[in-house]
Write a protein that binds this ligand. Structure first.
Ligand SMILES: CC(C)=CCC/C(C)=C/COP(=O)(O)OP(=O)(O)O
Length: 552
C-alpha cells in the first residue's frame, strides 16, 4: 500500500464501481462440501424414474421422447443422462434421418425444428433442407406458419446452430425474428414470456444454469409436464446451488485473507463475478476442486489485466513481465511492493495448480500451462508498449496479439486439468496448437468485449481495440466498424458450430467448455460489459443462480 500511496508517477486508474457483493459469500466458507444425503438419495431415485422413460424401447412407442429430451436439457439435468440421450438420438438419427434429412414429424414445424436442434447439438449430421417444406412457391418462408408460435420459436432456436453456406437458415432466422417480434405483445402470458426471453437470449447461446432457472418455471406451467422430472430438476438445481455457494465462499475467504482489496485498491473488485465466470465453464460436482482454482485464476487475471491496462508504469511492467518469464521466487526482490504482492499470489496459485495436476496424475500439463501463461503476459506487455509508444497497430497485428491477451488458452488449459482420464497429453497439445474452435471463441470474446466496453475504456488511456484499428485501417465510421465486428462474431459462431459437428477433433466434453466460454460472452457482454459494471443484469444472474433457491 505504501508504495502506491507514495508514488508520484503518472498512473491510469480507472473509475471502477465498487463490489456489489463484498463478503456476502463468506458465510458459506466453512460449510462442509458434502451433499445432504437424504436429498442426494431422493435425486438418485428420481433419476432412475426418468431413465425408465428414456429407455430406448419406448422410442418406438412415442416420438414425444424428442420433446422429453429437450426438456431434460433445458431443465439443466442432461448431465445425468448423457449416455441415454446419446443412445436415443443415435437411434433416431439412424432410423429417421435419410441422406441427412429428417423423415418423421411430417409438417410439424415445432417438432422438426426441436429434433434438428437436438441432433445438431449432439454433433450429428442433419440437413436444413427439411425446412423447405415451409416455403411457398416463390421460395420464401410461407405466411401460413406465422400463426404457429411454437413452430416459429423452435425454428428460430434451431437457426442458432447454422454453419457457413446455410442460406435457408439465414432466411429462417430473419423470418422468425421479424414475425416473433411483431407478435410478441399479442400472445398469452406464457407464450409472450418465452418469445421475449428467446429473442433476448437464444437458447443455444444461453448459460445452461440460467436457462434451467427460467425453464423450470415454464415447464411447471405446462399441464403435460412429468412430475418426477420437474422435481428432479428443482432438487438438483438447489443441490448444485448449495455446492456452488460453498465454492464461492472458499474463494471469498482466500481473497479476504490475502487482503487484496487493501493491498491492490486500483484493481476491479470482481471476485464474485470471476467465480460466476468459472461456473459458466462447468457446473458438475466432480469438477469442484478445479473450478475453485479457475475462480482464483480468473480473479487473479482480472487484477493482472488492471495492472497492465491501467495502474502499472511501463518500467514496472517490464520488470513484472521479466519476472513471469523466470517464474521463480527469487524474482520477488526486483519488484515494487504492490507487484511483489501480486507475484506472490501467482506463485501461490501455481502451487495449487501443480498440486491439482499431481492429484489428477498429470504433472506434465504444468509445462503447457506455464507456456500459455507466459504467452498471455507477453501479449499484455506488447499492448502496454503500444500504448506507451503511442503505436497504432494494424488490424492484423491487433488481432494476432489479442488472441493471446484474451487468456483463453491459459484458462482452458486450467479447466482441462480436472477433466479426468480423457484429458490426455494430446488434448493439452491440441489446445496449444491454435485450434479453430478456440480461435472462434476468442474472436467472439474479443469482439463482443471491444464493441461494448470501448467507450468506457477510452475515458482513460487504454490499449487500442478492434473498433479503432478497423476504423483507422479502412477509414470508416464507428457504426461501420461495429457492424463489421458483429458480422465477424456471427461468422465465428458458424465456425464454432461446425467444429462441434462429428467427427470432432477432440471429444465433445472438451468442446463444450469452449462453447460455454462463448455463451458467457453472449450473456454477459451482449449490450454492455456486465462484468466490469456488475450492478445490473450481472447481479440478477448471480442472485438467480447463487442466492435464491428454486421454490419446491
Ligand atoms: C475466462 C477469462 C479468460 C477471464 C479473464 C478475466 C479478465 C482478464 C477479464 C478482463 O475483462 P476486460 O473486459 O477488462 O478485458 P480487456 O481488458 O481485455 O478488455
Amino acid at each position: 500500500m505504501s508504495s502506491i500511496a507514495n508514488s508520484d508517477m503518472h498512473r491510469n486508474v480507472a473509475d471502477f464501481q465498487p463490489s456489489v457483493w463484498g463478503d456476502y459469500f463468506l458465510r458459506y466458507a466453512s460449510e462442509s462440501m458434502e451433499h445432504d444425503q437424504s436429498i442426494a438419495a431422493q435425486i438418485e431415485t428420481l433419476k432412475n424414474d426418468v431413465r425408465k422413460i428414456l429407455d430406448i424401447k419406448n422410442i418406438e412407442k412415442s416420438l414425444a421422447t424428442v420433446h422429453l429430451i429437450d426438456s431434460i436439457c433445458r431443465l439443466g439435468v442432461s448431465y445425468h443422462f448423457e449416455k441415454e440421450i446419446e443412445e436415443v438420438l443415435q437411434h433416431i438419427h439412424k432410423n429417421y434421418v435419410q441422406n441427412g434429412e429428417i423423415i418423421i414429424f411430417e409438417n410439424n414445424l415445432c417438432s422438426l425444428a426441436v429434433l434438428f436442434r437436438l441432433l445438431r447439438q449432439q454433433g450429428l449430421h442433419v440437413s436444413p433442407d427439411v425446412f423447405n417444406k415451409f416455403k411457398d412457391e416463390d421460395g420464401n418462408f410461407s405466411e401460413r406458419i406465422i400463426g404457429d408460435v411454437e413452430g416459429l420459436l423452435s425454428l428460430y432456436e434451431a437457426t442458432q446452430l447454422m454453419v457457413h453456406g446455410e442460406d435457408i437458415l439465414e432466411e429462417a432466422l430473419a423470418f422468425t425474428t421479424t414475425h416473433l417480434q411483431s407478435i410478441a405483445n399479442q400472445l398469452s402470458n406464457s407464450h409472450a414470456i418465452q418469445v421475449k426471453n428467446s429473442l433476448r437470449q437464444a437458447l443455444y447461446k444461453n448459460l445452461p444454469r440460467l436457462e434451467a432457472r427460467n425453464y423450470i418455471f415454464i415447464y411447471e406451467q405446462d399441464p403435460s409436464h412429468d412430475k418426477n422430472l420437474l422435481l428432479l430438476a428443482k432438487l438438483d438445481f438447489n443441490m448444485l446451488q448449495r455446492l456452488h455457494q460453498k465454492e464461492f465462499g472458499k474463494v471469498c475467504k482466500w481473497w479476504k485473507e490475502l487482503s487484496v482489496r487493501n493491498k491492490l485498491p486500483y484493481a476491479r473488485d470482481r471476485l464474485t463475478e470471476s467465480c460466476f465466470w468459472a461456473l459458466a465453464v462447468y457446473i458438475e460436482p466432480q469438477y469442484s476442486t478445479t473450478r475453485i482454482i479457475m475462480m482464483k485464476q480468473i480473479i487473479t487475471m482480472t487484477v493482472i489485466d488492471d495492472t497492465y491496462d491501467a495502474y502499472g508504469t511501463i518500467g514496472e511492467l517490464e520488470l513484472f513481465t521479466e519476472a513471469i518469464e523466470r517464474l521463480d521466487i527469487s524474482c520477488l526482490d526486483n519488484l515494487p511492493d504492490y507487484m511483489r504482492f501480486l507475484y506472490g499470489i501467482i506463485l501461490d496459485l501455481y502451487g495449487q495448480i501443480e498440486q491439482e495436476m499431481r492429484n489428477n496424475g498429470r504433472v506434465y500439463a504444468l509445462n503447457y500451462h506455464i507456456k500459455e501463461f507466459k504467452k498471455y503476459i507477453q501479449a499484455y506487455m506488447t499492448e502496454a508498449r503500444w500504448l506507451k509508444n503511442n503505436y497504432k497497430p494494424t488490424l492484423e497485428e491487433y488481432i494476432r496479439i489479442s488472441l493471446e491477451s484474451s487468456g483463453y488458452v491459459f484458462m482452458i488449459t486450467t479447466c482441462y486439468i480436472g477433466m479426468g482420464d480423457i484429458a490426455t497429453e494430446d488434448i493439452f497439445k491440441w489446445v496449444s496448437n491454435d485450434p479453430k474452435v478456440i480461435n472462434a471463441a476468442i474472436i467472439i470474446g474479443r469482439l463482443m468485449d471491444d464493441i461494448v466496453s470501448n467507450e468506457f475504456e477510452q475515458e482513460r488511456e487504454h490499449v487500442t481495440s478492434f473498433l479503432e484499428c478497423y476504423m483507422r485501417q479502412y477509414n470508416v465510421s464507428r457504426e461501420a466498424a461495429i457492424q463489421e465486428g458483429r458480422n465477424r462474431i456471427a461468422d465465428a459462431w458458424k465456425d464454432m458450430n461446425k467444429e462441434c459437428f462429428r467427427p470432432t477433433e477432440v471429444p465433445m466434453p472438451f468442446l463444450t467448455r469452449i462453447l460455454n466460454l462463448s455463451r458467457f460472452m453472449d450473456v454477459v457482454y451482449k449490450d454492455k460489459d456486465n462484468f466490469t459494471h456488475p450492478a445490473g443484469e450481472m447481479k440478477t444472474f448471480i442472485k438467480a443462480l447463487l442466492v435464491e433457491p428454486v421454490p419446491l
